[in-house]
Design a protein around this ligand. Structure first.
Ligand code: PEP
Ligand code: MG
Length: 755
């Protein structure tokens, strides 16, 4: 075999010419294998392409029996070719037939060839096929020959990825690249998203594979690596990063990789074999990824992501790519795919075009998920491998109810989901028709329906849902999505925008409820064993009076000349409320001293979510203008079940008698004290549980905007007094302590109430 140190350059040049020629795909492939065989002085060169059914089919050959093309096939993992595809590793053998995986395909006539060299055709670490050369004589292929064949395989990967081979794929069969896949993840937000993939960090498609001059490319690579190292150092020296432990760790890893000599050497080698600098980065990235994808160690897999991110950065440096240039062809039905992303990055996308979000990582409580939920889009998290499997523009369905991502779905599945979406839309239409209908029960009880919110993206929902106001504004969300603590004037400006956009409808601001599952990265406190019972919400605010006073001042200023309604979360003792009230008075005095216009009315409330308040109800109601029941936390603490732990959170029923009796006691205390009462937990947002609350005597609910329509449809058909009689009797019945869920369903059924 000829010395290949100059060989690949000549070969790649020939391949480039072949790629540019106007040829039919089979002809192009045939000429490519002929070129490779001749250049590498091999008697055989064959290309196997992976089909969607997991079979590797011979697509072209020089040397083997030409009649075997499109007939000879091996399953993934079967024979030498299948082994290479499955392991994504090259295989070099001087006596192929002696290898245990060797499988004889009589139609090919390959028995006379002894030596065998096969490499995977890789794209983003996935095997798309296998490229093989064979020789009659027994020989050992050298390292540089393996490298040269791998480089050549990149040209084939490109050809497969462009879809050119579709034309020569037998009817009824598909290539693996376009195979439908379903990825199992976790549903983070209900709903179905139908649309097309937008990769958050678009893969840079390197089309310019073959270089003119290796020295120039090596220089380009060196410059790009230099800038990459500088940009990492720069990020590390920024103050806000140096404060944050986790980010710092990631950047330190990047820096380590960026200085890795082995990485640089492998890329230089690929350039010497004829690739451009960007193609060399891509090749080494794909090889490394192919190896690491198969790792099971979570730590090493995490490092693989870091390495992948770094290679992408380097590609961007080399191609001068900026993400904005991708937004021109932004689909009208975008489903964003990301490994992880920041909340602000999601807000940069055009809201009207977003249909869903797929994250490889993330948690229900991560900021981006909070924002995406506020936007009302379907979300699937923990979707392992989603980014590598998807291509920009692929059709996709995401099911936020079941936590599934269907990539390139089959027609039947697509149709079934379209029908589901149509049904939902029709129901939505019916609810919209109720938007301006007054929420009166059949027996004339007026129910106030407000919505919960926490970000500006929520505000348009006021108009769309017909909510009468915002009964719970979670102010901590602004803190959770910022990278540093929002200053007083930023808070004030934010609250002002909220009030302005609410357009005269009341807004109840809740003071900061951070801690527990509401994590604020720049506000690190000590690790806690039981954060839900720890230093959080009002406890934290009272220990950091500066923080609370800044917020109170911002609220007072934002509501200047209007009404300010605010409430305090996680109150355990009435004394805490008094302490907040005192700080409030200080702020009022301070502002009036400096001539600020104060709110013309102040309504001060408490959230009832800690059980201890059940035995201070009269004192509590004496102290405040209104009480808002936080049923999420009240249920969690009453039943001792972690609301974020799916294993226990659904174990007990909110419609069980113990919890309903507690709620009835609250209703009675509010009536006795003539204190306004509302409820702002999830329980109010579903028709059946909302019906129970109205039956108990609640006349005001604050719920998620999507719940307003269904709850209103329910209450319009409800005789509240009749339900009250029945429910009261059931709760008084001491012989049966079970849930009233079935009884309520029967009642709704008999009365024709839509649930
Ligand atoms: C609640 O606990 O019911 C509540 C409304 O507050 P959050 O869900 O924000 O804790
Ligand atoms: Mg709460």
């Amino acid at each position: 075999m000829r010395d290949l140190s100059t060989g690949p350059r000549v070969l790649l040049k020939r391949l480039r010419e072949l790629m540019a020629e106007a040829l039919e795909p089979q002809e192009r492939l045939d000429r490519i294998v002929r070129e490779i065989a001749s250049n590498m002085v091999a008697e055989v060169c064959s290309v196997y392409v992976l089909r969607a059914d997991g079979v590797l089919e011979l697509y072209a050959t020089e040397g083997l029996n030409p009649d075997a093309v499109h007939l000879a096939q091996l399953k993934m993992g079967q024979g030498l070719v299948g082994t290479i595809a499955a392991s994504a590793q090259p295989l070099s053998l001087s006596d192929a037939q002696a290898h245990p995986a060797f499988r004889y395909l009589p139609e090919t006539g390959e028995e006379i060839y002894h030596s065998f060299l096969g490499v995977p055709i890789l794209r983003t670490g996935r095997s798309l096929g296998v490229l093989v050369v064979q020789n009659k004589a027994q020989r050992n292929y050298r390292e540089d020959e393996v490298e040269a064949l791998e480089t050549t395989a990149m040209v084939l990967a490109e050809m497969i990825a462009t879809g050119e081979l579709k034309k020569i794929t037998r009817p009824g069969l598909e290539l693996d690249l376009t195979r439908p896949v379903t990825i199992d993840g976790d549903g983070y937000s209900e709903g179905i998203g139908l649309g097309h993939v937008v990769l958050h960090e678009p893969r840079i498609v390197v089309t310019n594979l073959l270089n003119e001059d290796s020295d120039t490319e090596i220089r380009r690579l060196a410059e790009a690596i230099g800038s990459l190292r500088l940009s990492i150092d720069d990020m590390l020296s920024r103050r806000e990063i140096s404060m944050e432990g986790e980010h710092r760790e990631v950047l330190e890893t990047y820096r380590m990789f960026a200085h890795d000599q082995g990485w640089v050497r492998r890329m230089e080698e690929a350039i010497r074999n004829g690739l451009t600098a960007e193609a060399a980065v891509e090749k080494v990235q794909s090889d490394t990824k192919a190896r690491m994808i198969r790792l099971t160690d979570p730590y090493l897999r995490e490092r693989m992501h870091d390495f992948d991110d770094l290679a992408n950065r380097l590609l961007r440096q080399l191609t001068g790519f900026s993400p904005n240039s991708a937004s021109e062809n932004f689909p009208h039905d975008a489903i964003i795919f990301a490994r992880a992303m920041g909340a602000a990055e999601l807000l940069d996308y055009p809201r009207v075009n977003l249909r869903g979000l797929v994250l490889e990582e993330g948690a229900v409580t991560s900021h981006v998920v909070i924002v995406a939920r506020a936007m009302g889009i379907a979300i699937v998290g923990q979707a392992a491998g989603a980014v590598a499997l998807a291509e920009n523009g692929d059709a996709v369905i995401i099911d936020g109810d079941d936590g599934k991502v269907h990539l390139r779905p089959m027609v039947d599945l697509q149709k079934a989901y379209e029908e589901k979406v149509r049904l939902r839309a029709r129901r939505q239409e019916q609810f919209r028709a109720l938007r301006d209908v007054e929420p009166l029960t059949r027996d004339g009880q007026r129910i106030t329906l407000q919505m919960n919110a926490g970000l500006l993206v929520d505000l348009p929902q006021l108009e769309e849902s017909g909510a009468e106001g915002i009964g719970l504004f979670r102010t901590e969300l602004q803190f959770m999505i910022s990278s540093s603590m929002p200053k007083g004037d930023e808070q004030e400006a934010f609250y002002r925008s909220v009030v302005r956009q609410a357009g005269g409808r009341p807004v109840t601001f809740r003071t900061l409820d951070i801690g527990g599952d509401k994590v604020v990265s720049y506000f690190r406190s000590q690790e806690e064993e039981n954060p839900a019972l720890g230093w959080r919400a009002i406890r934290l605010s009272l220990d950091r009076p500066g923080l609370l006073r800044t917020q109170l001042r911002a609220l007072l200023k934002a509501a200047s000349g209007a009404e300010l309604k605010m409430m305090v979360p996680m109150v355990t003792e009435v004394a805490e409320l008094r302490a907040v009230w005192e700080l409030m008075q200080k702020e009022v005095q301070h502002l009036s001293k400096f001539g600020h216009v104060l709110p013309k009315k102040l309504q001060f409330g408490a959230m009832l979510e800690v059980p201890s308040l059940m035995w201070q109800l009269d004192e509590l109601m004496e102290e405040v203008d209104f009480v808002s029941v936080g049923s999420n936390d009240l249920f969690q603490f009453m039943m001792a079940v972690d609301r974020g732990n799916a294993r226990v959170s659904d174990r007990f029923d909110v419609l069980g008698k113990p919890f309903l009796r507690i709620l009835r006691d609250i209703v009675r205390a509010a009536a006795r004290n003539k204190t306004a009462l509302t409820l702002c937990g999830e329980m109010g947002g579903k028709p059946l549980t909302a019906m129970a609350l109205i039956g108990l005597g609640f006349r005001s609910l604050s719920i998620s905007p999507t719940g307003i329509g269904p709850v209103k449809a329910m209450l319009l058909g409800l005789d509240a007094d009749r339900l009250h009689q029945m429910l009261d009797a059931a709760l008084d019945d001491v012989k049966d302590t079970g849930s009233v869920r079935e009884m309520l369903k029967r009642f709704a059924d008999e009365e024709g109430i839509p649930l």
